[in-house]
Each structure stands twice: as structure tokens, then as C-alpha cells.
Design a protein around this ligand. Structure first.
Ligand SMILES: [Fe+2]
Ligand SMILES: [Fe+2]
Length: 339
């Protein structure tokens, strides 16, 4: 790649710019144009966003040398197509850490990471687990959460919808706990069941998604989904804990099966006791808050409103630049109180 264009990131790409960047190849599809000429349709990402790219020349030769889940160096023209930015790629090369570190490449550039400190989030999760008095739930959390700490700290909570970053899964659990523990007190619920239910509701995601760098649905994820995978993990763990009470086992399994709340959201059951209902609402709220904040932060033009191309399908109000600065400062001052 020529040196005269500085490296940039997806977030800053503007229509008609010529750009140079290190990006992660998420998907590649070799297709034919109407004239029968092969071209490559690809999806690229970095820690600031995701973008579609097209390779019109030598697509058949390039396709085998670039691997999905691997970093690539890209030079391209940013174009606008149906209101979305996309890349017309003029050069693409596979990248490895040894050869490209001196040329500005690092994994940090391309893998999206939660903005929160994952060590602090984990400490909060660990502290919450220590509050659990029920010995069977404690054993279950030991088996499925504590023993999976390394994976939980790096896993995303979903592929495209919410908390899609490295550490996003942990952030989702910690935020739900931070709201759920006081809510359990407020509504006089079984606090141990709320803590365990929150921590286990999405445990199937560890098997549903491959995690970074490529972060795709696994075969198990595509065939079974995280609700069934989570149920199986919990069922198996419970059968290894002697004398686990039957009703408690059914309740924790019900929380997993009902947490998505509605049949049309792949939930085989609807929440049928208060702890399960609380976990469903906390899950829904935390996911939607993350989706709205992300959708707003990804639109960079100067307008007051986003486009309707987001989960909510309405224009979302964007904070003004100065209030954004104020919010960031506020956020920093508040961070001591966050999990
Ligand atoms: Fe879920
Ligand atoms: Fe969730």
C-alpha cells in the first residue's frame, strides 16, 4: 500500500474519499455480475463499525488469498449507494501481526472492545456471586460462570444486535445485575434466584457464537440457538450437583426458556413467576438501550436526527456536539458508581 494516505477507521470514512485501513474480513461472497463477470461482495469491520465492500477486478484471483475472520489491508474509494457508504476496493492484501505491526497494524484497531473496564466488570460479577446464599445456585454459578471466566470476559453478547463487542457479554450481565439486585429487593423477590438467573440466562451464547476474531454463529448456534444451548448446559450442570432441589432446577430452567419473553422472539415459554418476568424486562431493557446508543453513535453527519436504518425504524435524536461533550464528562464522573 502507498504511504501517502494516512490510516483511518470506518467511522471516519466519507463519500468520495480515498481511504487506507486495516480491517477485519467478516464475509466474502464471489458472485457474477449481469454480464457474467466475477466480483467479490465482502463485509469488513473494525472497532468503529462495519461496511460493505466490492472488488470488481481480479475477484477470482483475490478470493482464495483472503480469509474470513482474518485482517486485511485495504485501499479503496468510499462511495454512497442507496444512502449507505460502501467501499470500491482497489487493493486488498492479507495481513499478519509480525509483518504489519511496524506498518501500523494492531488487533486493537480492528476488534471492537467494550468501553468499560472488563476487570472491574468481572469484579462486580464476582462480588454479586459471593452474595448468593443458596448452596445449589452457588455450585451452579461456580461451574458455569466462575469456571468460564476467561471466555465470558471476551465474549460478545450477540452478533449484530446488542453488546457486539469483546467483553459485551460481560457488560450485559454486569449491567443487568446492577439493576436487578436492587429491583429484587424492591419487589421482595428471591435475590439468589435473580442473581443466578441473570448470570445464566444467556449462557448458551458461549456456544452459539464463535467469539472474536471472526465471531460467527457456530453450527450449534444455527441449528439450536442460545436458548436451547443454555438449557442443555444448565441441565447437564444441575445433574452433576448432588441433591439439587427439583423445583429450583425447574425455576432456573424456566428463566432460560422464558427470558426472551415472547414466542416470536424464540422464547418457548413466557415468564410465569416474578423473578423470570424481572429478568426478561432487564434483558430487554439492557439490550435495547445498547442498541439505541450504538445506532446514534454510528451516525456521524451533522444532522439532528439519524436515518431510519436502525432496529427501531424511526429517526433517533442525536445529541448536539457540545451536549455530547458534556455527556461524556458526566459519564466519566459517574463511572465510579457503575459496575
Ligand atoms: Fe438471550
Ligand atoms: Fe440477554
Amino acid at each position: 500500500m502507498k504511504r501517502n494516505i494516512p490510516l483511518s477507521t470506518i467511522r471516519t470514512f466519507k463519500a468520495n474519499d480515498e481511504v487506507r485501513a486495516y480491517l477485519l474480513l467478516k464475509e466474502k461472497h464471489l458472485r457474477l455480475t449481469r454480464d457474467g463477470k466475477p466480483y467479490l461482495d465482502i463485509i469488513l469491520s473494525d472497532r468503529s463499525g462495519t461496511i460493505i465492500g466490492k472488488i470488481w477486478e481480479h475477484a477470482g484471483d483475490i478470493e482464495p488469498i483472503i480469509d474470513t475472520g482474518s485482517p486485511v489491508g485495504v485501499r479503496a474509494i468510499v462511495e454512497e449507494f442507496r444512502g449507505q457508504r460502501q467501499l470500491n476496493i482497489t487493493r486488498i492484501v492479507p495481513v499478519n501481526e509480525e509483518d504489519f505491526a511496524s506498518k501500523g497494524f494492531s488487533w486493537e484497531l480492528i476488534l471492537p472492545h467494550t468501553e468499560q473496564n472488563t476487570d472491574k466488570l468481572w469484579k462486580f460479577v464476582d462480588k454479586s456471586i459471593k452474595k448468593v446464599n443458596n448452596p445449589w445456585l452457588m455450585s451452579l454459578l461456580q461451574l458455569l460462570i466462575i469456571e468460564n471466566q476467561a471466555r465470558i470476559m471476551k465474549h460478545p453478547a450477540s452478533l449484530r444486535l446488542h453488546h457486539t463487542t469483546i467483553g459485551g457479554f460481560l457488560e450485559h450481565l454486569a449491567y443487568m445485575l446492577n439493576l436487578g439486585i436492587p429491583a429484587a429487593k424492591q419487589y421482595a423477590l428471591d435475590r439468589d434466584l435473580v442473581i443466578a438467573g441473570i448470570l445464566l440466562h444467556d449462557i448458551g451464547k458461549l456456544e452459539e457464537l464463535s467469539g472474536y476474531p471472526n465471531n460467527l454463529y457456530t453450527n450449534e448456534g444455527n441449528f439450536l440457538g442460545h436458548v436451547v444451548l443454555g438449557y442443555n448446559l444448565v441441565d447437564k450442570a444441575i445433574s452433576g450437583i448432588p441433591d439439587f432441589p427439583d423445583e429450583l432446577a425447574l425455576k432456573i430452567k424456566h428463566i432460560i426458556l422464558s427470558h426472551q419473553g415472547q414466542y416470536e422472539y424464540q422464547s418457548p415459554k413466557k415468564p410465569s413467576f416474578p423473578e423470570a418476568l424481572l429478568i426478561h424486562y432487564l434483558d430487554e431493557m439492557d439490550a435495547r438501550m445498547d442498541m439505541m446508543k450504538t445506532a446514534i453513535s454510528r451516525e456521524l453527519d451533522d444532522g439532528d436526527w439519524t436515518s431510519v436504518k436502525n432496529y427501531f425504524r424511526i429517526p433517533l435524536y442525536k445529541p448536539k456536539k457540545d451536549s455530547e461533550d458534556r455527556d461524556t464528562k458526566q459519564h466519566k464522573t459517574d463511572s465510579g458508581k457503575k459496575p
